[in-house]
Design a protein around this ligand. Structure first.
Ligand SMILES: [Zn+2]
Length: 423
């Protein structure tokens, strides 16, 4: 592998992915705009023109914003890599770390580099996230968060990120330096253990830092849900209502946790919008994902892919061309593991983008299966009306561009889902 060849492949993949993303988004904008004036015939009786137009405007506003963010992120990526940003940051952190005591220098330098990189990246993202929340979501009536709550969330997120992220990054960096040629296998095992730990901690420790969870008190709904779960052969450790309305008007329901520790969480926004039968149908859909083992399969796939990723990184980290080809000169007299890790995280998604349609395809297949399960265990009609309500409440467009939807949509377009439920 020569550095020039890698630079060329990287630039080519970046340009190609940008062109594809730009092409898809402009298709989506044009398609939605062209169908803005009339509610599709299949929804004529159930969706008002005003709701349809709000969905069109919301989709177009977000897509336009997405195009700007796309250009910005590509510039940032080029800035980090081929234009020498990471190289400059590396030199600076390396120099600063010289002031650390001998025994701390190596790890201090590496963690400092990762920390500085993450911090700068987050600061660059922040205005975009704030614009999305306080401008776009606000304009369409979805935002419920205040600047104060937003900032509090950010600080809490930072604390959780440091508490969880720092030890695992330090462990991986240590393994890279100390565990020999098969370090990537050990690092992968550590990573898997970490992911499992987060899955256990999330519902009981992390999520309650951000939201209040209260036991479901509506007796009729509770009984209905418990009957459904008994019918489907599920045990859960509790039914909870989460105050999602503190931040957003979008509604949802989910399961979290493992085995008998599973808990069912309803957003309060979902319960105010749907009736008992509809809530039951939405939950039956989620149970369908469990019955078909979609969650387990997804986790297994994620672990398999991260194993391939670590193996690839194990190979690339040894190749000088990997650094030079992405705009960085490896440091002399200091380990390059943190640099390799960062470059891999920067360049990986550029190549990974091209499998998006494949992942989306399998995800949509899973959604159809879960819908079919919900129809069998609860009611297809109730699920249809719930989907339609949620779609309308989230201002999802009923007329996406077919190519855009094929490429990106993790859930089938509403028209296809409702048609499948009606057959
Ligand atoms: Zn689903």
């Amino acid at each position: 592998m020569s550095p020039t060849l890698l630079s060329f492949a990287f630039a080519l993949a970046l340009a190609a992915s940008l062109m594809v993303k730009f092409w898809l988004s402009t298709r989506q904008i044009r398609h939605v705009a062209a169908h803005r004036d009339a509610v599709p015939a299949a929804f004529a009786g159930s969706v008002t023109l005003a709701a349809h137009q709000k969905a069109a405007d919301y989709t177009i506003a977000r897509s336009r914003f997405g195009l700007l963010a796309l250009a910005f992120n590509a510039a940032v990526l080029l800035g980090w890599t081929l234009l020498g940003g990471l190289h400059a940051l590396n030199g600076w952190v390396l120099e600063l770390s010289g002031a650390l005591p001998e025994g701390w220098r190596t790890m201090g330098y590496q963690l400092g580099l990762v920390g500085a990189f993450v911090l700068i990246g987050s600061l660059l993202d922040l205005p975009w996230e704030m614009w999305s929340t306080f401008r776009i979501e606000q304009a369409f009536g979805f935002n419920r968060t205040t600047l104060r709550l937003y900032l509090a969330d950010m600080l809490k997120g930072l604390a959780v990120g440091v508490l969880l992220g720092l030890p695992i990054v330090a462990l991986i960096l240590w393994l890279m330096g100390a565990a020999g040629p098969l370090w990537w296998l050990w690092a992968w095992l550590a990573w898997v253990g970490f992911q499992l730990l987060v899955m256990v901690l999330y519902p009981t420790v992390i999520a309650p830092l951000f939201n209040k969870f209260e036991p479901l008190t509506d007796a009729a709904l509770k009984e209905r849900v418990e009957r459904l779960m008994a019918r489907c052969g599920f045990a859960a450790k509790g039914l909870f209502v989460m105050d999602g309305s503190r931040r957003s008007a979008h509604g949802n329901a989910y399961f979290s946790g493992f085995g008998p520790a599973k808990r069912v969480v309803f957003f309060d926004t979902l319960l105010t919008k749907l009736n008992g039968g509809e809530v039951e149908a939405v939950l039956a859909h989620e149970l369908g994902h469990f019955k078909h083992r979609h969650i387990t399969k997804r986790i297994a796939l994620m672990f398999a892919m991260s194993l391939a990723g670590f193996a690839l990184l194990g190979w690339l980290a040894e190749a000088p061309a990997f650094y030079a080809g992405l705009g960085v000169r490896p440091s002399l007299g200091a380990p390059n593991d943190a640099l390799a890790l960062i470059l891999f995280l920067l360049a990986g998604p550029v190549f990974g983008f091209f499998v998006t349609p494949l992942a989306a395809h399998f995800s949509r297949r899973d959604e159809f299966q879960a819908d079919a399960y919900a129809r069998a265990q609860a009611s297809g009609a109730a699920l249809s009306s719930a989907l339609l309500k949620l779609h309308e409440d989230n201002a999802g467009t009923l007329t996406p561009d077919p190519v855009y939807a094929r490429f990106y949509y993790s859930h089938p377009p509403a028209a296809e889902r409702l048609a499948a439920l009606a057959t």
